[in-house]
Design a protein around this ligand. Structure first.
Ligand SMILES: [Zn+2]
Length: 565
């Protein structure tokens, strides 16, 4: 591990390219903050001092613009490559900020750095010449090869969403989102819906405007456009059809499972496990699943996430002494995301077609490892001896049966992020229902709490005590992320469909998991999903991989089988 850059040793060229961008961005940010930091510049540490010198050098040299390529499409490829490099830089800065607990002064530099990257990313696509290139290729797209046409349609969409809209709307929406987030953060602890409401109304209004414009541009309904901002090519018709089926089946399923579990001996609770022991275990499991230390890191942050791609992937977690097994499953989840990011097609690096297909396909990968591989009896049989060895424990609570019972316990609850796998989709269905109505205008933000309470009663049979445990619990809507939620449940359904097929293709799946032999599973996922990047739509990707259309059935069968023990 390189102590100065915090990057794992990996492909040198990629690393150098990112460092160059990072220096450039931090350099720009330092230049912008030079006025504010004169008295501290003398005491900057060597790394920051070098960045400081870089600024002087850069200011003296100016920067050279790229010469024009021979075609509009080639020019677009360069612009998107630059944008992708900036986006990786932004991820890296945010990772430093969330995991390295920087000093206040360096934090200010990082914030400026991230703002500078955001501006450069916008500029990479917002220049008038990019609009000209987009229009030229639109008029002539039939002359591109198949892969070029697919790449261009993704470029066109990304360009429309970031630079193709009226600048005033982009700016207003960005301001409304950050104001909405701040107001929500302040109002949530007091459950003060009325304090947040005007900001929520503003974000919804501007998101509606944006969705209407994008819908017109791409010939879809406004909500479809919103959904595709996170889940390209996922059809809302499919979402409604599958959620409709889940809506009718979930209440009966939840009742069957909870009745059954309550009639059984409850699982034995586990004692707390110190964070440093969990840290060692987490790393061990990450390595066993196939993320090598040469290419990956495991760090800590307030909220777990994964970032990076190819030879530099980073996962984070948050250790809770009382919830060690849940914590391990959360690491497995993030490892699933990282394994996907690591195996995206290198030949399309920097292009939209080389990116992960969508948020929901990303979730199929994380949930595949978390729920289909790890939350099983076979995996607990693999894990139990490791736990006993590493923790020096031995008691009935550490038996595979008990561990499996613990992680498959079902109980309707108020908070989505804490929900078990079976009741989780009910939380998503409620949000999907409401956000469609917010976008088509049939539900006003002020009426959300009442509709929320009604939905929770219908779907999960529970009463909502206050807004903080109700419609104010998630960060998504305050930040204007409307259309994101279906990704979680589609990820779970896709993961179940994939495992159904993987079990046919890979003989003795349970035995492999029990022995900790995960390579055939990784290779199967890379072949079926990872290496295709964004070439296919998510639905097509799953259909190609499994020979069947996405449906709720494999997931319903899986949770019923796992929970009725
Ligand atoms: Zn995830």
């Amino acid at each position: 591990m390189d102590a100065q850059t915090h990057m794992p040793k990996g492909a040198r060229a990629q690393r150098d390219k990112m460092i160059a961008t990072l220096e450039c961005v931090i350099g720009d940010a330092l230049a912008a903050t030079a006025e504010r930091l004169p008295e501290t510049s003398a005491v900057l540490d060597p790394v920051r001092q070098r960045a400081w010198e870089y600024v002087a050098q850069k200011l003296a040299q100016g920067s050279t613009p790229l010469p024009d390529a021979h075609s509009a499409y080639e020019n677009l490829k360069r612009a998107f490559d630059r944008r992708s490099n900036l986006s990786q830089t932004s991820e890296l800065l945010s990772w430093v900020q969330q995991t390295q607990a920087p000093s206040d002064a360096f934090n200010a530099v990082l914030e400026d750095g991230m703002a500078a990257v955001a501006v450069f990313m916008h500029r990479a696509l917002a220049q008038p010449k990019v609009r000209r290139w987009i229009e030229d290729v639109r008029a002539d797209r039939d002359n591109l090869e198949d892969i070029g046409q697919r790449n261009f349609s993704l470029m066109d969409r990304q360009w429309m969403e970031s630079a193709g809209l009226d600048e005033k709307l982009v700016e207003d929406l960005s301001r409304a989102r950050s104001a909405g987030f701040t107001a929500w953060q302040k109002a949530k602890p007091d459950s003060d819906f009325n304090a947040w409401l005007p900001y929520f109304e503003k974000v919804v209004e501007l998101t509606r405007q944006k969705s209407e414009i994008l819908g017109k541009e791409f010939g879809t309904s406004p909500y479809q456009a919103s959904l595709e901002s996170f889940n390209p090519k996922l059809s809302n018709e499919t979402v409604n059809q599958i959620f409709g089926e889940l809506r009718t089946k979930l209440p009966g399923l939840i009742k069957r499972i909870t009745d059954h579990q309550l009639a059984q001996e409850p699982p034995l609770p586990l004692p707390p496990i110190p964070a440093d022991v969990q840290r060692r275990l987490g790393k061990l499991i990450m390595n066993k699943l196939g993320l090598e230390n040469r290419y990956a890191r495991l760090d800590e942050s307030m909220h777990p996430f994964s970032s990076g791609q190819w030879d530099d992937v980073r996962v984070t977690t948050h250790y809770k002494e009382k919830d060690a097994i849940d914590g391990l499953l959360s690491i497995v989840h993030e490892v699933g995301h990282a394994l996907y990011s690591q195996s995206l097609p290198k030949e399309s690096m920097g292009q939209p077609i080389g990116e992960a297909q969508s948020m929901w396909v990303h979730e199929t990968q994380s949930i595949f490892w978390e729920r289909q591989v790890a939350a099983t009896k076979a995996f607990m049989e693999f894990l139990a001896p490791i736990l006993k060895e590493e923790l020096g424990v031995d008691g009935p609570e550490w038996n595979p049966e008990n561990l499996h019972k613990l992680i498959t316990r079902v109980q309707p609850s108020l908070i989505r992020t804490e929900a078990d796998a079976v009741t989780y989709p009910a939380h998503v269905i409620l949000r999907h229902d409401l956000e469609q109505k917010l976008i088509d205008g049939s539900l006003a933000p002020k009426d959300v709490p009442a509709v929320w309470a009604k939905g929770m009663k219908e779907l999960l049979g529970i009463d909502v005590p206050d807004h903080a445990h109700g419609c104010m619990q998630d960060v998504h809507w305050p930040e204007g992320l409307i259309g994101y939620f279906p990704a979680y449940t589609f990820g779970a359904l896709g993961a179940a469909r994939l495992m159904e097929k993987a079990k046919q293709d890979i003989p003795k799946m349970d035995e492999l998991i029990r022995k900790g032999e995960f390579k055939p599973i990784r290779e199967w996922l890379t072949d079926k999903i990872h290496r295709h990047g964004s070439y296919y739509s998510g639905e097509k990707l799953i259909e190609n991989a499994t020979g069947k259309k996405l449906s709720a059935k494999p997931w319903l069968d899986h949770v019923e089988c796992e929970s009725l023990h």
